[in-house]
Design a binder for this molecule. Structure first.
Ligand code: PLP
Length: 393
């Protein structure tokens, strides 16, 4: 059976070009970059090149890039550094729709005495700017707002927000750009953003490597302490081959960004239109005018997302649902709840996320299978029967 992989916001396939640069690092260039001998020096050079490549994609300077183990570590490091650098400020601002990497850390910090404002979003998933700006004060140590939402693809105006919140007294602005990097143009050179997180496995590098951009001059405190790697900013022997892979992936992302925003976007739009045209009681979630080009969050009313996923899997199709399995019950995701998506639709929400690997054939497969799957599931759904009976009255 052919795999139709449409879950690229969860993770991506490692690109062949990336593997080609990664494998010699594992096989031959195995020295520890901190070692004084020639094998150490040999390993240092590709590390420097990777830093330059990541910086170039972000319009940053190489010394502003810190390598980490993942997007989650980058997020924690940024928030922790902001709080450590401003010990007199005990207020954090974030949104209700952040990834758990930020949300859970902020919730934990609340237990440790910090005050956190979770800013709401509207039905399109757009952050409430009035509520956000009203919350900022001289007490605010850090404002952390994602660049693009992983579930709906909604893009937040983080550059405008960074400028504004800092003018209102916030000390540091951090953005979780894990889903944005490689998909949209980012230029830190003329931005007020102080720190930015990214993750390798969302842009065709391996899992387990990430980076944090730290604007030159930003006060910083390390999250991991120990050795002197990364100029004392992050202890731990570097994940050398994966960092090299991340560098190559960033270079490729820059080359493929145009394709992401034209061919991939066209595939996404065709998928979306095809599903809306053939499946009644369905709608797309997110800010339709300001979305990542690869992401489609679509709700099918009165069916269960997990059942859709299982049935699509029978046809080789991989996607995600809008639910999280918590304490044995399937709760709609915190993002869809924050947006006020009705319960009967949030439960039947599927996220398709494309990449440059996808083809027209992939979209044809979904358009061929999914209308029948939804029809079959609705025939078994008591909610659908109820809704149809209510309509007929
Ligand atoms: N932030 C966002 C928006 C994400 O989508 C993810 C992963 O899904 C993360 C952070 C966490 O990244 P990682 O899996 O590299 O820890």
């Amino acid at each position: 059976m052919r795999t139709v992989y449409l879950d690229n916001n969860a993770t991506t396939r490692v690109a062949d070009e990336v593997l080609d640069e990664m494998i010699p690092c594992l096989r031959d260039v195995y020295g520890n970059p901190s070692s004084m001998h020639h094998k150490g020096a040999e390993a240092g050079e590709p590390l420097n090149r990777a830093r330059e490549r990541v910086a170039r994609l972000l319009g940053a300077q190489p010394e502003e890039i810190l390598f980490t183990s993942c997007g989650t570590e980058s997020d924690s490091t940024a928030i922790n550094a902001a709080l450590a650098a401003h010990p007199d400020k005990k207020h954090i601002i974030t949104t209700m729709v952040e990834h758990p990497a930020v949300l859970t850390y902020c919730e934990d910090l609340e237990k440790k005495g910090y005050r956190t404002t979770f800013v709401p979003v509207d039905r399109q998933g757009r952050v409430d700017l009035n509520a956000l700006y009203a919350a900022v004060s001289e007490e605010t140590a850090v404002v952390s707002i994602m660049w693009a939402n992983n579930e709906t693809g909604t893009i937040f105006p983080v550059e405008e927000i960074a400028k504004k919140v800092k003018s209102l007294g916030a000390a540091v602005f951090h953005t979780d750009a894990v889903q944005a990097v490689g998909k949209i143009d980012i230029n830190m050179a003329d931005s007020a953003i102080d720190m930015l997180s990214l993750s390798g496995h969302k842009l065709h590098a391996p899992k387990g490597v990430g980076a944090l951009y730290i604007r030159k001059g930003t006060k910083f405190a390390p999250f991991l302490m120990g050795g002197h790697q990364e100029k004392g900013r992050r202890a731990g022997t570097e994940n050398h081959s994966s960092i090299v892979a991340l560098g190559r992936a960033c270079e490729l992302a820059a080359e493929k960004m145009e394709e992401e925003n034209t061919r991939v976007k066209a595939l996404r739009d065709r998928l979306e239109k095809g599903l809306l045209d053939t499946i009644p009681n369905s709608f797309v979630n997110g800010d339709l005018d300001n979305r990542l080009p690869n992401t489609c969050s679509i709700s099918f009313e009165y069916v269960e997302g997990e059942a859709i996923l299982l049935m699509m899997n029978e046809f080789g199709i991989c996607a995600s649902s809008g639910s999280a399995c918590t304490s044995g019950s399937l709760e709609p995701s915190h993002v869809l709840r924050a947006m006020g998506i009705p319960f009967t639709a949030a439960h039947g929400t599927i996220r398709f996320s494309l990449s440059i690997d996808n083809t027209d054939e992939d979209i044809d497969t979904v358009l061929k299978c999914l209308p029948g799957i939804i029809h079959t599931l609705r025939q078994m759904s008591p909610f659908w029967a109820e809704a149809m009976a209510a309509n007929a009255e």
